[in-house]
Design a protein around this ligand. Structure first.
Ligand code: ARG
Length: 491
């Protein structure tokens, strides 16, 4: 059969190169099932509104289910997009007298916008589940390591002792904000543009609310011009993905550094490592390096989307076709990265002895020593800061005697005279008592960490319920759509 789209207005067929240049068929693999769902819902609604006859509806629905069963590969890839290729396949099956009625009151503009939102909705739900699992793993690891000492860093210099639980749960906190952002973006993706037609809606008496509900959308993009022309939801999601990916890349960077001989804090499982083709001894953290590198895919997708959408006049412009693949590329990369990070973190071997030994390297207890001077002798913090700073010039372990001799010079009196004892100094220099003292909310003291982790766990459980609720409403809408389809096929 001749091309159902080009046989009217146009005479010349595009040559191979122009077709390759203009076609979205390859990227449309992402929306194959969504497109069938949109066709089913639209057809059901057309019949209910009396726009098409029951017997035509029945044949179209059966045809669509058959196309779905045959799969994407059976479609003609010489069409410029999936919508027209799918319609053409349907017309091949049921004839134009019937199949030619499906596109009544519809344009590919509202159709594609609906398909993208449907498919993206699934990606977001999948991502929420994966983020949930990753956060759970981080929290479980943190639970195990509330007493595992490690050095905390600022400027990548040893700064103060902390615990591995504190460090890992910091990453989990960032991930929970990513989770919230995905959830928030979901609420703006989960809106239905269908019924907007080309942009000016239609004179057919469509029931937009009905298709919205059949497709399980929480609401409608009402203004029909906005419905077909807006892609801000793609920019928003790409930005959420980029932010998440940047958080993951920071974790990946730490895994690379921590597994080096210099740090030796952890060893990655062999699954995530590669070796050298020339240096047989090497165990390289390639998976973590690639995660750092793949961040470019997510930030690049965001840049592409911003650039493609900039300056586009209302309403639909074909430029928008170039926007869509960016979101799929980004979603695929980010979701895989979340899964891989989960496995990497879960299977890594922690070296607690190295971490504990390193927790005091570089006089990390200096802050606590200065704080002890303030608390026990009543001198101002700034003065204590100076005293300990002078002490730190010397690489030897500070003693009360040494402290007093510096205090004599700086203050004109010894700190022992103001009540400082050897025991107080010893305690301040001990990383365990150091950490135990840091029990303000969010601090690394093991008892405070336990409280904090309990709260994170409770939040995570709430998030799990939120995912289930969203999934349920989408699944039940889809089940309902299929049962209505089954019923109308009998007509
Ligand atoms: N493949 C197109 C896209 O992704 C579908 C919409 C085509 N609409 C049109 N008026 N040519 O945007």
């Amino acid at each position: 059969m001749s091309n159902i789209l080009r046989r009217g207005r146009l005479e010349a067929a595009p040559d191979e190169e122009i077709l390759r240049y203009t076609s979205s068929m390859e990227a449309d693999r992402w929306i194959f099932y969504a497109d069938i769902a949109v066709d089913l819902a639209h057809t059901v609604m057309l019949k209910e509104q009396g726009i098409i006859r029951g017997e035509d509806c029945s044949k179209i629905l059966s045809g669509l289910l058959k196309v779905r069963e045959e799969g994407m590969e059976k479609l003609d890839f010489s069409y410029e997009d999936i919508h027209i290729s799918l319609e053409s396949r349907l017309i091949d099956m049921v004839g134009e007298e019937v199949g030619g009625r499906m596109h009544s009151g519809r344009s590919r503009n509202d159709e594609v916008a609906t398909c993208i939102r449907l498919a993206l909705r699934d990606e977001l739900l999948g991502l929420l589940e994966e983020l949930f699992t990753l956060r759970k793993t981080f929290l479980a690891l943190a639970e195990k390591h509330t007493k595992t000492l490690m050095p905390g860093f600022t400027h990548l210099q040893h700064a103060q002792p902390t615990t591995l639980a504190h460090h890992l749960s910091a990453h989990e906190s960032a991930l929970s904000r990513d989770f919230d952002r995905v959830l928030d973006a979901f609420s703006r993706v989960n809106l239905c543009p269908l019924g907007a037609a080309a942009f000016a809606s239609t004179g057919f008496s469509l029931n937009r609310k009905r298709t919205q509900e059949l497709l399980g959308f929480a609401g409608m993009l009402e203004n029909s011009m906005d419905a077909v022309s807006s892609r801000d939801f793609l920019i928003e999601c790409a930005s959420v993905f980029a932010n998440l990916m940047i958080n993951l890349s920071r974790m990946a960077e730490e895994l690379v550094v921590w597994s080096s001989s210099e740090f030796n804090f952890i060893e990655l499982d062999d699954t995530y490592a590669s070796t050298s083709s020339i240096m047989p001894q090497k165990k390289n953290p390639d998976t973590a390096e690639l995660m750092r590198g793949k961040t470019g895919v997510a930030t690049g997708a965001l840049m592409s989307l911003l650039t493609i959408c900039k300056g586009l006049p209302l309403s639909y412009n074909r430029d928008l076709q170039e926007a869509t693949p960016n979101i799929w590329r980004s979603a695929e990369t980010v979701r895989a990265s979340v899964r891989v990070m989960e496995g990497m973190a879960r299977t890594m071997k922690v070296h607690p002895d190295v971490l504990a030994a390193q927790s005091v390297t570089g006089f990390t207890t200096a802050t606590e020593l200065a704080d002890t001077f303030v608390r026990e002798t009543g001198i101002p913090f700034r003065t204590a800061h100076q005293l300990v700073g002078v002490l730190a010039r010397d690489s030897e372990k500070p003693t009360l005697e040494k402290i007093d001799s510096i205090a004599e010079v700086v203050l004109g009196e010894s700190l022992s005279d103001r009540g400082l004892t050897e025991k107080m100094v010893r305690e301040a220099l001990n990383p365990v008592s150091n950490i135990e003292r840091r029990k303000v909310p969010g601090g690394p003291a093991p008892e405070e960490m336990q409280r904090y982790l309990g709260k994170r766990q409770a939040d995570l459980e709430l998030n799990e319920q939120e995912i289930a609720t969203l999934k349920d409403s989408i699944d039940s809408a889809f089940e309902n759509l299929l049962s209505v389809v089954e019923e109308y096929r009998k007509d």
